[in-house]
Design a protein around this ligand. Structure first.
Ligand SMILES: [Zn+2]
Ligand SMILES: [Zn+2]
Length: 138
């Protein structure tokens, strides 16, 4: 009695791949996530252009010139991003709080923002570990 599930194609214009999630193929659902991230950044762009923020950012990078994440891995990498430890979500109190800042390199900053946007799209499979046959040696 179950209705026939028609094969779905990616809803992206001119894409003929099979849809895997959100009506999009693997590639285009990834693209959609990236776009959502960009939009999020654009939304706060005026705040980042603010002189007050520019000063805070420079202060932070002067105070902590090295990426805090790289330091944890015993690497010395010049930081280029003043990152908000707690996502500010447009809240000026968090945005302009110097204690809410840490220095990061591009690389680590992009990893962190990707994680924060992880709620969109495919949630990472929690049960990813597959059971291997335990072979007794000897
Ligand atoms: Zn597609
Ligand atoms: Zn780093």
């Amino acid at each position: 009695m179950a209705p026939m599930k028609a094969k779905r194609f990616c809803s992206y214009p001119r894409c003929s791949q099979m849809a895997t999630s959100h009506g999009l193929c693997e590639l285009h659902s990834q693209e959609k996530i990236k776009q959502a991230q960009k939009q999020r950044v654009n939304k706060w762009l005026p705040m980042y252009k603010n002189v007050r923020w520019q000063r805070m950012r420079l202060n932070q990078l002067a105070k902590e010139p090295l990426c805090c994440e790289c330091l944890k891995e015993n690497r010395l990498t010049p930081a280029t991003v003043a990152d908000h430890i707690k996502p500010h979500g447009g809240d000026p109190a968090l945005f302009y709080d110097p204690r809410n800042l840490q220095s990061m390199c591009e690389h680590h900053h992009s990893i962190k923002s990707a994680k924060e946007d992880g709620s969109f799209g495919n949630p990472k499979k929690a049960a990813d570990h597959d059971m291997h046959d335990m072979r007794k040696d000897g």
